[in-house]
Design a protein around this ligand. Structure first.
Ligand code: F6P
Length: 550
């Protein structure tokens, strides 16, 4: 029993039943599972909105799924889900509600935090964003010298960067092509330098995106951007109003920085950074794709929210995806999870998911603060197919590690491609289907031998197979489909955190490095003494100073 009165996960009978089932399954191969069930490919498929999930190539049987659902029920996943949707403070270590779902709720919805309906405020900010976006897009919003804006630079980091940057790439085909968008996050001055070096300050708008407005990287870059702008324009502080807007929960800090709070787009502490790009944090995206497309995206999110909230467990796609991850992490000892989108537009999708998943579920104490005795979040990694195939897929196919993977693809390329490029789409998707097949079924030594391969090469050319994948297929990557996809992963992460009994909505693990960096910085610049520095870091600091000629 835990301090919070809950049975420990690894002492639940449902957990032990899964461990026993895993032993019984032994080395049953996916080849056998398919041979024994001719309908498996069709039967193990689910649809949510525009997304079809094929989960037939997983190392599971009906019994596995039954036991996983029993675990979810015993762990109270649906109760925690309902508490989240109701606005309860399920982020207990920060005492906050977790209500990114309210960001895409329809105007008539009522969702209360501390007795107050938050939905009207969400829609008021959306309207303010819409008015501003329309003005920038139409050229009506003028810079200090009277010129319209041609480039939007979003300055933010983590959730205040990855979401808008990922979604901008994903929906590039829908963007206003006469505007440029850049995303600056790294405190390495090279990032801002490269982003602005060819820009005219008179035509540049900076969006400073920071939930707290205290994040050192963002405030440092924003300060440098302001210097660049004012010196480029030869203007004083009065120029800031036309070239800087802020996205934040912290009006006081925004105004301290010198941005008029009229130019601030608000969100709330119940929106986690990594769950925030459909809040005001998405302003750059709204300017890029326009308010209507942005609202289509929100509707896509909402569709999957409703599915997660209402669909029965056996048809609930995020629930199933979460359970499959638990199955591999905790009962197959898988350490990582690959996300492999077969869409160039999703080039930043996996980087986005890394924060969503790893910052949420990279925890090793449970909600009561006791060490967990089970695996929690996996290492999430991957790049778009087919590039990965020519880099690291070797290890996926023949390495010693079990790495479950998600293959994501679309039936249609987005419009505006020249006909020859449209034709390439079949080749792209043939690769996706081929990889799922090769990973699952491999190639036996007998099959290799039958091709006349010399005896000594047979082990090298054999593919064991039995490597699990999900395939997510949709007709086309639209704003709504992107919203659906992101919500799917958000809720998958939620399910896993609920089962592992961890707080998926705090991120205390990022704090120590921030504090130490603040302490070390004066040692680098001024040679200040840092009390308690270890000898390794001390020697590195001294070497750094000498390399800098200090
Ligand atoms: O340091 C981690 C983190 O707090 C993330 O959770 C967050 O997305 C990022 O920093 C940026 O924070 P902010 O939006 O407050 O600048």
């Amino acid at each position: 029993m835990n301090a919070d009165g809950r049975s420990r996960l690894d002492q639940m009978p449902q957990w032990n039943a899964l461990a026993k089932h895993r032993d019984e399954l032994g080395e049953v191969h996916l080849r056998d599972l398919f041979a024994d069930d001719p309908g498996r490919g069709e039967r193990y498929g689910l649809q949510v909105g525009d997304l079809y999930l094929d989960y037939s190539k997983h190392l599971v049987t009906d019994e596995t799924l039954r036991l996983l659902h029993e675990l979810a029920a015993a762990a109270g996943v649906s109760e925690l889900r309902d508490a989240m949707f109701r606005g309860e403070k399920i982020n207990t270590t920060e005492g906050r509600a977790v209500l990114h779902t309210a960001l895409r709720a329809p105007e008539a919805a009522v969702i209360e935090v501390d007795g107050e309906n938050v939905v009207p405020a969400v829609h008021a900010v959306l309207t303010k964003m819409q008015v501003f976006s329309d003005r920038v897009r139409s050229g009506d919003w003028k810079g200090h010298t009277g010129k319209p804006i041609r480039t939007v630079v979003n300055i933010g980091i983590g959730g205040s960067d990855l979401g808008p940057a990922m979604a901008y790439e994903a929906l590039r085909a829908y963007t206003a092509r006469d505007l440029q968008f850049r995303f600056v996050s790294n405190v390495d001055g090279a990032d801002l330098h490269e982003a602005v070096r060819d820009l005219d300050p008179a035509e540049t708008l900076f969006i400073i995106a920071s939930k707290t407005f205290t994040t050192i990287e963002t405030i440092t870059n924003a300060t440098s951007a302001r210097e660049w702008l004012l010196s480029g324009l030869g203007a004083g502080q009065e120029a800031v109003a036309k070239h800087f807007v802020a996205l934040s929960t912290n009006a006081e800090k925004v105004s301290e920085f010198g941005i008029d709070v009229d130019n601030m787009f608000e969100f709330w502490d119940w929106v986690g950074g990594r769950y925030s790009y459909d809040s005001a944090i998405g302003l750059s995206l709204m300017i890029a794709i326009g308010p209507d497309r942005f609202r289509e995206m929100l509707a896509g999110f909402h569709l999957v929210d409703e599915h997660f909230r209402c669909a029965p467990p056996q048809e609930n796609v995020p629930l199933l995806m979460g359970l499959l991850g638990v199955w591999y992490g905790d009962f197959h000892d898988a350490q990582s999870h690959a996300v492999l989108p077969y869409s160039h537009y999703l080039s930043k999708f996996t980087a986005y998911l890394q924060q969503l998943d790893m910052e949420s579920n990279g925890k090793s104490v449970d909600r009561a603060g006791e060490p967990v005795g089970w695996q929690t979040g996996p290492v999430v990694w991957g790049t778009p197919g087919t590039n990965g195939q020519h880099a690291y897929y070797q290890l996926l196919h023949q390495g010693t590690k079990l790495i479950p993977a998600d293959l994501i693809g679309f039936a249609q390329p987005v419009d505006d491609l020249q006909p020859g490029l449209v034709a390439q789409h079949d080749l792209l998707m043939a690769n996706l289907f081929a990889q799922g097949q090769a990973l699952a079924f491999g190639k036996t030594p007998e099959e290799v031998a039958a091709e006349g391969v010399p005896e000594e090469l047979i082990p090298h050319k054999t593919f064991k197979g039995d490597r699990p994948t999900s395939t997510i297929l949709a007709r086309e990557l639209t704003p709504s489909v992107l919203g659906q996809l992101i919500a799917l992963y958000e809720h998958k992460v939620f399910v896993q955190g609920a089962i592992w009994n961890i707080d998926s909505f705090d991120q205390w693990g990022v704090e120590l490095g921030k504090v130490l960096a603040k302490r070390i910085e004066p040692a680098l610049s001024e040679g200040a003494e840092v009390p308690g520095l270890d000898t390794s870091t001390e020697a590195l600091v001294a070497r750094y100073r000498s390399l800098r000629g200090r």
